[in-house]
Design a protein around this ligand. Structure first.
Ligand code: TXA
Ligand code: MG
Length: 306
């Protein structure tokens, strides 16, 4: 274990905050059992406190100490952990995770990340770490340490730099009810079809409830306006291409039309085009299969009225 990881674990023990890389996006981490640390996360992100956090754990065994996992949840964890899957399950009353982290819900979101630095930090700290994406609330998620620094800067005590995130898109969130019914709460880095191979068809969340408040309308948003499904840019627009080379001043998510590559580039390209100063970013049509579902979801929220 490196000195830096040890230092990060000490910072968490002190109730302070550490940004760390995961294979999806960077997380803004704090001790899940410390209400003051959890409150500092909401404050640093300027996040509405009704939006609950994901508790990161090392493995399935640890997860079962905090949540009640139906056999179907266990099957998903065995297949996809460590990895980009978050399970929402009934919370155990004896779990020491701060209630503030669950925003008053009787459920809990759990994920065992795969990134070696995240795993080293979990091992060194020895307890659950709550971590939302390391961006200001509503803004584009951070996929590099520099992005996290730009959004959170002095509000955090340490930023662990693990390079660019391999997947670049948040975890897929699946709720498994006591009855075993599986609901897709957020499309993400594992395509729906891959999950459904194990669970069967996933239900859609009840529209009225804030099922996973990442589902709030405007989210993942750059400063610039977004214009979606744009075959070509208008004069003055920056262009985010897909399956083609971008015109000058634009960027391509994937010249070959590879959705995995596009997911990994999405947030960094949005930030880069935003920084170019254009008022509007026109975005090429994105297919809806595989990771396209999650990419289109993020783009739709980034384009939503604010
Ligand atoms: O890939 C990821 O999931 C990243 C990395 C850092 O792990 N984390 C992440 O966290 O995206 P965040 O806070 O940006 O998004 C977590 C989502 C939110 O939409 C939240 O509403 C939902 O998870 N969530 C958390 N607990 C929940 C619960 N008990 N029931 C329903 N949704 C929940
Ligand atoms: Mg987020």
């Amino acid at each position: 274990m490196t000195r830096e990881i040890e230092r990060a674990a000490d910072i968490l023990r002190a109730g302070d905050l550490v940004v760390f890389p995961t294979e999806t996006v960077y997380g803004l981490g704090g001790d899940a059992t410390n209400p003051r640390a959890v409150a500092r996360i909401y404050d640093a992100k300027q996040r509405p406190s009704f939006n609950p956090l994901i508790a990161h754990v090392s493995d399935l065994e640890t997860a079962e100490r905090h949540g009640m996992l139906h056999a179907r949840a266990r099957a998903l964890a065995e297949r996809f952990w460590p990895g980009p899957l978050t399970l929402v399950v009934k919370r155990r009353s004896e779990s020491p995770i701060a209630e503030l982290a669950c925003a008053g819900l009787d459920t809990l979101a759990l994920r065992a990340p795969a990134h070696p630095m995240a795993r080293a930090l979990l091992a060194a700290f020895g307890g659950p770490i709550v971590a939302p994406s390391a961006n200001r609330s509503g803004h584009v998620s951070a996929t590099t340490a520099a992005h996290a620094h730009a959004d959170l800067g002095e509000r955090v005590d340490l930023i662990l730099d693990g390079g660019a995130c391999q997947l670049g898109l948040e975890s897929t969130i699946v709720a498994i009810a006591d009855t075993g019914v599986a609901t897709l709460l957020r499309a993400g880095a594992i395509p729906r079809e891959t999950i459904e191979a194990i669970t069967g068809a996933l239900s859609a969340p009840l529209a009225a409830s804030i099922a996973a408040p990442g589902m709030m309308e405007s989210h993942y948003a750059p400063r610039a306006r977004l214009r979606l499904n744009a075959a070509d840019p208008q004069p003055g627009e920056a262009y985010l291409a897909f399956g083609a080379t971008a015109p000058p001043g634009g960027l391509s998510l994937s010249q070959t039309g590879d959705l995995v590559e596009a997911a990994a580039n999405l947030y960094a390209h949005l930030r880069a085009l935003d920084a170019s100063g254009a008022d509007t970013i026109a975005v090429a049509p994105i297919p809806s299969d595989g990771l396209g579902e999650a990419i289109r979801d993020r783009l739709a929220r980034a384009a939503a009225p604010r």
